[in-house]
Design a protein around this ligand. Structure first.
Ligand SMILES: NC(=O)c1ccc[n+]([C@@H]2O[C@H](COP(=O)([O-])OP(=O)(O)OC[C@H]3O[C@@H](n4cnc5c(N)ncnc54)[C@H](OP(=O)(O)O)[C@@H]3O)[C@@H](O)[C@H]2O)c1
Length: 310
């Protein structure tokens, strides 16, 4: 039986997306967030080479160096494949070539002060890299003992299936944006015969595919970045009211209800929370104990979308 799991996202570690050096305060914030996470039963930490311009991995590595006993107790995952603002008009471009990924993994290992990664993910699909090349890269990194397991991020069912077919080992996850607010993965399932809106089909079927292949879906931005704490639209206000009502009924808090909504789906769903606020980390961990009712789940969905199902 799959044990519910929350992951701590480290995107905001190291002082954020600026060129300031990592301060003592940044290190203290990250240390406390890690400690709080561990106290709450959160043992997996999500990184990417680009987070805070590399500072997120670096500050994590410093903490790990000062507490080496932590390494075997935790799981560290990181991602690579996005080159920030490297394209024309400062657009990001993607690169999953063997040379690029191997180099980035070596850099991440150095920054994180660890000899191995528990999991490495391709951050976004690079249409120019053949899946067989990615499989070779994964083989090389696994055989060298540098990475134990592999996954992807922001990929469709077809992109993932293509890599599955090329690689001899199971992929352990697809990390995608998913929350009550951003629910493309399931939206299409409700309108199979009712809409011409193709936008919602791009990630549809992922839930079912994850069950068929038995991998975990890691949900990024599961708290919708605090979207329901704002009152800019009627849906937002109504959803916020319902979240508060349910938080009272379930004797918990709004963040936990948002995560419990994700956990209710019958698949391996692991929300990646992006907070460094210790109180919010604790609040989120309450979701591990909540089982939202069938009707409450639907009522949240209907209120957030402002719709009636056919
Ligand atoms: N694979 C990808 O492409 C991808 C993309 C983006 C992120 N990620 C991963 O996912 C993790 C989480 O992403 P995220 O940070 O966007 O997720 P999130 O957990 O939905 O958002 C966290 C942010 O929302 C704020 N927030 C949450 N609830 C709030 C409330 N009630 N009121 C006010 N503010 C609230 C938090 O502020 P406080 O800090 O004050 O709590 C924090 O800044 C990242 O750290 C990263 O590891 C992956």
């Amino acid at each position: 039986m799959y044990k519910k799991k929350i992951i701590l996202g480290c995107m905001n570690f190291g002082g954020g997306w600026n060129t300031n050096p990592i301060s003592k305060e940044d290190e203290k914030t990250a240390t406390e967030a890690i400690e709080t996470a561990l106290e709450c039963g959160i043992y997996t930490f999500d990184h990417a080479d680009i987070y805070a311009g590399g500072k997120a991995e670096t500050v994590f590595g410093r903490i790990l160096k000062s507490k080496p006993e932590l390494r075997e107790k935790i799981k560290i995952q990181t991602k690579a494949g996005i080159l920030l603002r490297a394209g024309i008009n400062e657009s990001n471009i993607y690169n999953s070539s063997r040379k690029y990924i191997e180099n980035q993994v070596l850099k991440s290992l150095e920054n994180l002060e660890t000899e191995y990664l528990d999991t490495f993910l391709i951050h976004r699909p690079d249409v120019l890299t053949d899946v067989r090349e990615i499989a070779e890269t994964f083989d090389f990194l696994r055989e060298k003992g540098l990475v134990r397991e592999f996954g992807v991020s922001n990929m469709s069912v077809y992109q993932m299936k293509s890599l599955y077919d090329a690689y001899d080992f199971p992929l352990v996850t697809n990390q995608i944006q998913f929350s009550l607010h951003h629910s493309l993965m399931i939206d299409a399932g409700f309108f199979v015969n009712n809409t011409a809106n193709t936008e919602i089909y791009c990630i549809s079927g992922m839930l079912e595919y994850s069950r068929a292949e038995d991998f975990e879906i890691q949900a990024w931005s599961p708290l919708a970045k605090g979207f329901y704490a704002k009152s800019e639209s009627e849906n937002q206000i109504n959803t916020s009211k319902l979240l508060t009502k349910l938080a009272l009924e379930y004797q918990t808090n709004v963040s936990a209800i948002l995560l419990a909504w994700i956990f209710k789906l019958p698949a391996k769903l692991a929300p990646i929370i992006g907070t460094t606020n210790n109180e919010r980390i604790k609040q989120c961990s309450e979701a591990l104990k909540i089982n939202l009712s069938h009707d409450d789940w639907y009522n949240l969905y209907l209120t957030a979308k402002g719709l009636k199902l056919p």
